[in-house]
Structure formats: structure tokens, C-alpha cells
Write a protein that binds this ligand. Structure first.
Ligand SMILES: Nc1ncnc2c1ncn2[C@@H]1O[C@H](COP(=O)(O)OP(=O)(O)OP(=O)(O)O)[C@@H](O)[C@H]1O
Ligand SMILES: [Mg+2]
Length: 309
């Protein structure tokens, strides 16, 4: 059974005389242990989709199953779900971390004893034991975010929804979140992650879905997406500058020389000929030219926009 199945979700908002189609026929599914990055520009429909999956907004059409249960009809579904939504709204600011964990643990079906035990283990794991009796409003933003994670995990959900979980976090806290996402997925949870930090998505996601204007444009495994958008060429960087005779010989073979130190080669079969030419100059790097997720994302989004226009 899939941890998440969302089928043909649709949502339109009516504002004064305006009709906003926020989400159109969005289908997503995630297996346990899998991280799906759900990416798209501002206003694309990510948060609206996540809120429908979390049972917080009723879809106009379509359905959601969380480990087989419908969050809009069956409260059991909510016990299988944890969410860190935009802006820590799943915390009570006047309560302490320990109180929040107990409160939400009980709300999600644990006994008070189980909630306390699970809460303390999470406080330990997140380094929040020294702050366990400090009201949430007096914690730093990074600590609040860690606590939001802890609260989302207190009942050991099968699906975790993360809407921009690293927004506003410092470099170290962001690294902590990344490690955490990996650990949670490895422990068996399915994760739906939205982020505008594409390097995070590239590092963490098994699969990537890109949404624009409410519709999913692409959904592929991360490696396949990068493979499809990457060339077959190489980029070679030498430590010293290439002299003119090198540059001419390289260009005669069809390579492109940039800043007299970087050689781009689109025909991989010529690699060893190129290396012969530059021998014995020291090489500082040699890599396959691979598209990164930012370039891929921009390409897909711009193409989508042109087709809309
Ligand atoms: N309650 C609402 N009433 C009216 N319009 C809404 C409402 N919620 C969202 N929208 C509209 O739906 C569209 C999608 O918004 P949504 O918040 O889902 O985008 P998003 O992909 O999460 O964007 P961001 O990256 O900026 O967080 C936007 O045009 C937004 O203005
Ligand atoms: Mg959003």
C-alpha cells in the first residue's frame, strides 16, 4: 500500500469577481522510504495541494488516501500523517516544547505516557532537552523549526508533509534538517517536500514533480531528470593557462576553450585526444557536464510559461 495516493486533485478559489484555479488534476503518489520533492514557482499550487492532502482544505474534485485512508472522511488517516507547514503553525507558542509534544501526541492518538516518552526521545534527538521547559515563543527560529519537526513525528507517522521546512534557517540548521529528512525516510516514512532551495531537493529527493499554474509539468526520478537534461560532454579545467598553440589545437578538434583554463568538449569520444594535447599540464578537474536542478527547473518552467502564453 502506498503511503500517499492523491488522485486528480482540483481546487478553485473564488475571490470577488475573480476565479483562481489553484490546483488542476494533480496526482501524486509516494512509497514508504521515498522522498518526493514537489517544486514550482511562487503561486504554483504547492501549498494548496499539500493542504488538501493534509485534510485541511476540501478539494473540489479528486481524492486522497494516506496509507489507505481518506483524510477528509476518516480521522484515522490523520494519525498516519505528520506535517510541517509554512510558518510553524502546528505549535502553541505559550506552551513549552515538552507540553506541545505531549498535547499533540495525545491529539494524534497516543496515551499521555506514550506521548511523553516519544516526546522526550525526540527532544533528545533534536538537542532540545535544555529548552524543554522554555515557552516556544522564547526559542530561536531554528529551535522552533526543530520542535515543529518533533511534533510532526511524535506519533511516528507514515507520511510526512514538509512545506518549505528550511525557510529562514541558518546553514547549520539547514544541514540538520537535511540529515533529519534522510533519517526519517530511511526509518520508513514517506516524505513530500516543497522547497525553493533546489540544491536541497537535488540532494534529498528520489523523485521530483514540478508544478506550474496548478498543473504538474514533469514527474521523474531525480537521476532520470538530470540524465535527460544533461549533455554527454566533459568539462576539463587545467591549473595553468593554456597557451595559444594549445587553444588552436583544441579548437581544431571541436572543443571550446573558456577563460584559457576551461575546456568544454561535446564529443565524448575525443576525450583522450584532448588529454594528449594538454599533456603534461596539471589538471584541476575533469567532470561530465551535468545539468543541475536549477538549470533544469528554469528550462521546464520557461517552456511551460511559453506554452501557456
Ligand atoms: N485561500 C485562498 N483564497 C484565494 N486564493 C488562494 C487561497 N489560497 C491560495 N490561493 C491562490 O492559489 C494559488 C496557489 O497558491 P499556493 O499557496 O498553493 O502556491 P504555492 O505553490 O504554495 O506558492 P509559494 O511558493 O509562494 O508558497 C495562488 O494564486 C494563490 O493566490
Ligand atoms: Mg506555498
Amino acid at each position: 500500500m502506498k503511503a500517499l495516493e492523491a488522485h486528480n486533485l482540483n481546487k478553485t478559489f473564488h475571490q470577488r469577481h475573480q476565479i483562481i484555479t489553484a490546483v488542476k488534476n494533480v496526482s501524486l503518489s509516494i512509497n514508504s522510504q521515498e522522498v518526493l520533492a514537489f517544486l514550482g514557482p511562487n503561486g504554483a499550487g504547492k501549498t494548496t495541494s499539500i493542504k488538501m492532502i493534509a485534510g485541511l482544505i476540501q478539494p473540489d474534485a479528486g481524492w486522497v488516501r494516506i496509507a489507505g485512508s481518506d483524510p477528509h472522511r476518516n480521522p484515522v488517516a490523520l494519525q498516519k500523517l505528520g506535517a510541517v507547514l509554512e510558518g510553524n503553525r502546528n505549535l502553541y507558542w505559550q506552551l513549552t516544547p515538552q507540553e506541545n509534544l505531549e498535547y499533540f501526541g495525545v491529539l494524534k492518538g497516543l496515551s499521555r505516557r506514550e506521548a511523553r516518552k516519544s516526546g522526550l526521545a525526540l527532544l533528545e534527538r533534536f538537542g532540545l532537552i535544555p529548552k524543554r521547559h522554555t515557552p516556544v515563543q522564547n526559542l530561536s527560529r531554528g529551535m522552533q523549526q526543530k520542535l515543529a519537526f518533533a511534533v510532526a513525528l511524535v506519533h511516528q507517522p507514515q507520511l510526512l508533509l514538509l512545506d518549505e521546512p528550511t525557510l529562514g534557517l541558518d546553514v547549520e540548521a539547514t544541514e540538520d534538517v537535511k540529515i533529519l529528512v534522510r533519517e526519517i525516510a530511511a526509518a520508513g516514512c514517506a516524505i513530500l517536500l516543497t522547497t525553493h532551495q533546489l540544491s536541497i531537493a537535488e540532494e534529498l529527493a528520489d523523485r521530483i514533480a514540478i508544478i506550474q499554474s496548478g498543473e504538474i509539468l514533469t514527474e521523474l526520478s531525480t537521476s532520470e531528470l538530470i540524465r535527460q537534461f544533461s549533455g554527454t560532454g566533459y568539462k576539463i579545467e587545467v591549473e595553468t593557462v593554456l597557451d595559444e598553440s594549445h587553444v588552436i589545437a583544441l579548437e581544431n578538434l571541436g572543443a571550446v576553450v573558456q577563460d584559457t583554463q576551461i575546456i568544454h568538449l561535446s564529443q565524448p569520444e575525443l576525450l583522450y585526444k584532448i588529454l594528449d594535447i594538454i599533456k603534461p599540464l596539471p589538471i584541476s578537474s575533469l567532470e561530465k557536464e551535468q545539468a543541475n536542478l536549477t538549470q533544469i527547473f528554469l528550462q521546464i518552467i520557461r517552456k511551460g510559461r511559453n506554452q501557456d502564453a
